[in-house]
Write a protein that binds this ligand. Structure first.
Ligand code: PBG
Length: 328
């Protein structure tokens, strides 16, 4: 008997795939509803929702309707939301971002009062709050770093005052995690955590999100602060710095195209790792499904499971509700 024949007799990997029971028994990774965070867009007004045209099935909510949505999310077992707001007005100094009666601050208070157990995370960045659509303050076409960080500190503190459990800086300014940690501690919010968008790439997958928030950059792009998709070492450095500065959870963003970064982050660091299944990824699945080209539900569940396999502990996804229903 040849060596090859012998190998074939001994090793039959298909034995473990023969029945559903066997496949279930040897399954290595599992997606659960506890892994999911729902990104939620709030807008001014009352009793209204608007579907985002480039994100079918995703909506902007007025605060009262966002509260109803949060009750539903929590009833489905979803543990967390990430709040994004469309302000009443955009100003060059971004001051609506830290208005104690701003859109996010009001939303946090209303949701906390109605669904206190739900973990409220809040986006900390200036893009919806200035006319420029950049994550930081702008002067002479330059995105300012340290001046922006001061505004982000105020924004984070005002979210904490309103009752946020976690703040999520998504701006990619240098030094903002340490500065926000300090500002939170000094204002007596040492229990409010920081989920840092640590390895955030300058990605073309964010387009539909910018439609949702009316926050597309009005000039240039975000490549002077978000990372080059070609780089990995740089991501490790960003993650390391954010952990040193006090991040409790680090995020890699976007999702599917960046699973190698999730894997390397998880291998190298001992903190929870989040991944953001971003708007463009969602929109692509929706579009293909609408054409009858793919099975939406299966593609959704496979995508989320693969993020788990790559090492993500937490998944931000617009599919959180559908996935939660499916997982029940
Ligand atoms: C901006 C922000 C963006 C996203 C989350 N926070 C867009 C950007 O950086 O331009 C994208 C999320 C998505 O595409 O779903 N602070």
């Amino acid at each position: 008997m040849s060596q090859l024949d012998l190998l074939n007799i001994v090793h039959r990997p298909r034995r473990l795939r023969r029945t559903a029971a066997l496949r279930n028994l040897v399954q290595e990774n599992t997606l659960t509803v506890n892994d999911l965070v729902f990104p939620l867009f709030v807008m001014p007004g009352t009793n209204n929702v608007e579907e985002v045209s480039s994100m079918p099935g995703s909506f902007r909510f007025t605060i009262d309707r966002a509260v109803e949505e949060c009750k539903e999310l929590y009833d489905l077992g979803i543990q967390g939301i990430d709040l994004f707001g469309i302000p009443e007005q955009k100003t060059e100094d971004g001051s609506e971002a830290y208005n104690d009666n701003g859109i996010l601050q009001q939303a946090i208070r209303a949701i906390k009062a109605a669904v206190p157990e739900l973990c409220i995370m809040t986006d900390v960045a200036l893009d919806p709050f200035t006319p420029f659509g950049h994550d930081g303050l702008v002067r002479d076409g330059i995105i300012l770093n340290d001046e922006t960080v001061e505004v982000l500190q105020k924004m984070a503190v005002s979210h904490a005052e309103a009752g946020a459990d976690f703040v999520s800086p998504s701006d990619m300014m240098d030094g903002r995690i340490g500065a926000i940690r300090e500002a939170l501690d000094e204002s007596d919010h040492s229990d409010v955590g920081i989920l840092s968008y640590a390895a955030k790439y300058a990605s073309s997958f964010y387009g539909p999100f910018r439609d949702a928030l009316h926050s597309a950059p009005q000039f240039g792009d975000k490549t002077t602060y978000q990372m080059n998709p070609a780089n990995t070492e740089e991501a490790m450095k960003e993650v390391e710095l954010d952990i040193i500065e006090g991040a409790d959870i680090v995020m890699v963003k976007p999702g599917l195209a960046y699973l190698d970064i999730v894997w390397r982050t998880k291998e190298r660091f001992d903190v929870p790792v989040a991944i953001y299944h971003v708007s463009g990824e969602y929109a692509m699945v929706k579009a293909a499904a609408a054409n009858g080209w793919i099975d939406e539900e299966r593609v959704m569940m496979e995508s989320l499971l693969c993020m788990k396999r790559a090492g993500a502990d937490i998944i931000f996804t617009y599919y959180a509700k559908e996935a939660a229903k499916r997982l029940r």
